[in-house]
Design a binder for this molecule. Structure first.
Ligand code: ADP
Ligand code: MG
Length: 322
């Protein structure tokens, strides 16, 4: 990378605030970081490619927000607290206006969730953004996909389907009014990593996943890893009032069950912790809804008013988008 480009990195990506455990951040060959005592490092990476994961001409501030938010969501899904991240940025050319917007979005999310940018790499090529996040969690409290047990209740946070509706709007398959437009767009570009919910659930769940590919697909991963099946009552799956206004029931069920990009958490709660979780929900601390249970067998079965229901699609797959 040319010196002038390093100057750009300095200009746009240095954060002034000092973060936890950063002995050396951006500027040397490596970052030097201290992991908190008695915790393990939780590491995850996501790549967003222009034209595939977001429209190439999308607002750079929003692209950056989304890129960091979806990575933070993985930390939430593991029960880990954010510490540091690195950024791999591939751009067709150096466009200072674009970089300014991008760094503004990136660093505002970093500040909001208390995570420090400690390094990265910058290259030329088709627009792509890779972020690696690092967090910390006590090993015994990590939320792992293999920890669901028979009789656990399956919950989801927030509401599902808003991001899938946004995608239909972006693809011009769905027309909505102005306020619904901004509502759906903000759910797509600015998903809220459920870090606070994850913190509340410490010790109450040992099994969670973030819903990036759709509830059925992601709960399917829990079932596979845990060697169990799951049963979902479709009428209990929470959707927004905005979603209810723009489509028919079957379309809404398809978005909520099979649409990705919501980044809510799906987690399972053993019977002995159920009362505590329900209390957190009643107190308004945790926004979550019970949607089904873990059962014998394999795969996710859907019920609509008690009758078997076969959804239109089971989730988004990058290499087999059917
Ligand atoms: P190297 O040749 O050692 O890979 P670089 O010139 O690529 O070094 O980067 C110099 C410094 O700038 C390193 O500390 C690196 O982590 C940081 N850096 C480079 N690109 C980015 C980026 N996109 N975001 C954050 N830090 C970056
Ligand atoms: Mg480099």
């Amino acid at each position: 990378m040319a010196v002038s480009e390093f100057e750009l990195i300095k200009r746009y990506f240095y954060q002034s605030a000092r973060a936890f455990g950063v002995n050396m951040g951006i500027g040397d060959d490596c970052a030097l970081l201290s992991v908190p005592d008695n915790k393990v490092l939780a590491v995850s990476m996501d790549t967003l490619v222009g034209g595939i994961h977001f429209p190439r001409n999308a607002d750079p501030e929003l692209i950056a927000e989304r890129a960091l938010r979806v990575n933070l969501s993985d930390l939430a899904a593991m029960g880990a607290e954010p510490l540091w991240f690195t950024l791999g940025l591939t751009m067709p050319k150096v466009d200072e206006q674009w970089l300014e917007g991008f760094s503004k979005g990136l660093l505002s999310v970093a500040d909001e969730y208390n995570i420090a940018l400690v390094g990265g790499d910058t290259t030329r090529g088709p627009l792509a953004i890779t972020i690696q996040v690092h967090g910390a969690v006590e090993q015994d409290y990590a939320f792992m996909r293999g920890n669901a047990r028979l009789g656990d209740v399956v919950f989801v946070t927030g509401q599902l389907g808003n991001a899938a509706a946004a995608l239909s709007v972006i693809r011009q398959e769905l027309n909505v009014g102005k306020s619904a437009f901004s509502y759906f767009m903000s759910h797509y570009y600015r998903p809220e990593p459920r870090l606070k919910d994850a913190k509340l659930l410490r010790g109450l769940t040992h099994c969670a996943i973030d819903i990036s590919d759709g509830l059925l697909a992601d709960l399917g991963h829990i079932c596979e890893e845990s060697g169990v099946g799951a049963k979902i009552d479709i009428e209990r799956v929470p959707v927004s009032a905005a979603l209810n206004k723009v489509a028919e029931a079957e379309q809404i069920a398809d978005w909520a069950l099979g649409g990705g990009d919501d980044y809510q958490l799906c987690f399972t709660v053993p019977q002995e912790n159920l009362a505590k979780v329900e209390q957190l929900i009643e107190n308004g601390k945790l926004r979550a809804t019970a949607v089904g249970e873990i059962v014998k067998g394999s795969g996710v079965a859907c019920l609509l008013e008690g009758e078997p229901y076969e959804p239109k699609r089971r989730g988004y797959s990058h290499f087999d988008p059917t």
